[in-house]
Design a protein around this ligand. Structure first.
Ligand code: FCB
Length: 470
């Protein structure tokens, strides 16, 4: 089922079917907004390096200044509070807190985040911290990066530095953002930092990311004592639908779902890697570098699963010419385009598949979920009066929030929704070309302007909360 809100009904109304206490938020990440890459002791991350590789990022752009959030943080917090959200999800820059990825904490780096937490709490906004949103200290990449086992231990140490400094005041902690992207885009496909292209390295990265997650989670839990701690991980998840009922198409979906979802959630929740995927990898001569005791750490109990959802996908198990294997002799897993509306990323808009995903996650993994990212890039235009009439984005948000409510009606324990993103920012390899913000950023002046979608979101949250106050 794909819902599509008619543009005529984009007036904010109370969303039905959400419980009191449903969490509303906006999300960002450090490298995408902060800028100030050389300030107060921060050292380069793999993204600073990758952005300098010719052709790696659209127009050779980089995060040196980005949204200049490092210098504009108090005003940005005011902006967040003005949206009426109760939660702000942001990430800590590892190379700010622990320059070089080893050794003691950098007080100045920690100070920035302490001030951010203060500003948020002063305005009644709950901080939701992500420890790792892709900015690995370059020194750790030079020492092998995520394919190296030691990086998992380095991550756990860094997590503890952050948790010791902020854990008394911050309850909501996410270890990793989208380890699939770190491993596959970073080490298999070369599309993200560090730009490596080796499947064996990518699978080493998967395991060490998950191990780092588990080691950090275990140590944070131990350290929490009586302090309340809501611990989770955020994954990018979708759906895999076979193009036809053929064996080959169903097999392609098994592989896509296995490599995208089960490879992460099975060890995190059930403490084992999916056998079929382990076999597929063995067929390619690849083994996950698991050592004794690793999976117990990976499966450290969590309180919440963060779900980043942008789209579902249709898969075929044969090439366009009907061959079941590709040029490397590997089984075909081919995404098939559908005749659906799309965003500026060329991503299909599939809100009904968010409902399907959430219901499936409930069935197979039974963790409470929060949508930690959902949103869309569109080619916004600024109207003569300075407003930004982005009805496509508003419709996208409305349809996906409705899909969350529908998932709850079908039994999924979804507890919150965070829009990606608070403001336009550095969209990784797409540079500044793709605008995901509900707030527009003019990169020449750093002026922030609420798009119509931000006003719609603010009013929708307000009306929805009021339902429970009647
Ligand atoms: C997710 C990332 C986020 C942003 C959105 C569009 O994969 O977590 O930083 O780039 O996609």
């Amino acid at each position: 089922m794909n819902l599509v809100t008619p543009r005529s009904s984009l007036q904010p109304v109370a969303v039905q079917g959400l419980p009191a206490g449903f969490r509303w938020g906006v999300a960002t990440s450090s490298y995408q907004i902060e800028g100030a890459v050389g300030e107060d002791g921060r050292t380069p991350s793999i993204w600073d390096t990758f952005c300098r590789v010719p052709g790696a990022v659209h127009n050779g752009e980089h995060g040196d200044v980005a949204c200049d959030h490092y210098h504009r943080m108090p005003q940005d917090v005011e902006l967040i509070a003005g949206l009426g959200v109760d939660t702000y999800r942001f990430s800590l820059a590892w190379p700010r807190i622990q320059p070089g990825g080893r050794g003691p904490a950098n007080a100045k780096g920690l100070d920035f985040y302490k001030r951010l937490v203060d500003e948020l709490q002063d305005r009644g906004v709950t901080p939701w911290i992500t420890l790792y949103h892709w900015d690995l200290p370059q020194e750790l990449e030079d020492a092998g990066g995520w394919p190296a086992r030691d990086t998992a231990y380095r991550f756990a140490d860094y997590a503890m530095l952050a948790y010791e400094a902020l854990g008394d005041r911050v309850e909501h902690w996410t270890t990793l953002n989208e380890p699939w992207c770190s491993a596959m885009l970073g080490y298999a496909y070369g599309a993200h930092a560090p730009g490596r292209t080796d499947m064996r390295d990518a699978m080493g990265a998967v395991h060490h990311l998950l191990l780092g997650h588990g080691l950090a989670a275990r140590r944070m839990r131990e350290a929490a004592g009586d302090n309340p701690l809501e611990l989770g991980i955020t994954l990018n998840l979708g759906t895999a639908t076979p193009e036809t009922d053929s064996e080959a198409d169903r097999e392609a979906c098994r592989r896509a779902d296995g490599m995208g979802t089960r490879l992460y959630l099975d060890p995190i929740v059930h403490g084992r890697y999916p056998e079929d995927i382990v076999r597929d990898l063995a067929d390619q001569g690849i083994e996950l570098p698991v050592q004794d005791g690793d999976l117990e750490a990976v499966a450290t109990p969590l309180d919440v699963l963060g779900v980043n959802f942008y789209r579902g996908a249709l898969f075929s198990g044969v090439t366009e010419d009907g061959s079941p294997t590709d040029t490397d002799g590997l089984p075909v897993v081919r995404g098939v385009e559908r005749d659906l509306p799309r965003t500026a990323m060329d991503w299909e808009i599939t809100p009904g598949e968010l409902t399907d995903l959430l219901v499936r996650l409930q069935r197979d993994y039974a963790l409470p979920t929060v949508i930690t990212e959902n949103g869309a890039a569109f080619d916004d235009t600024v109207a003569a009066d300075g407003s930004v009439p982005d009805s496509d984005r508003t419709a996208y948000l409305a349809d996906h929030i409705a899909a969350v409510s529908e998932a709850r009606a079908q039994g999924a324990d979804v507890r919150g929704y965070f829009a990606w993103s608070l403001m336009d920012n550095f969209e990784w390899a797409y540079g500044y070309d793709k605008r995901f913000g509900i707030v527009r950023v003019d990169y020449d002046t750093q002026e922030r302007t609420l798009k119509d979608s931000a006003k719609w979101y603010r009013d929708t949250i307000h009306l929805t909360r009021n339902v429970h106050q009647d």
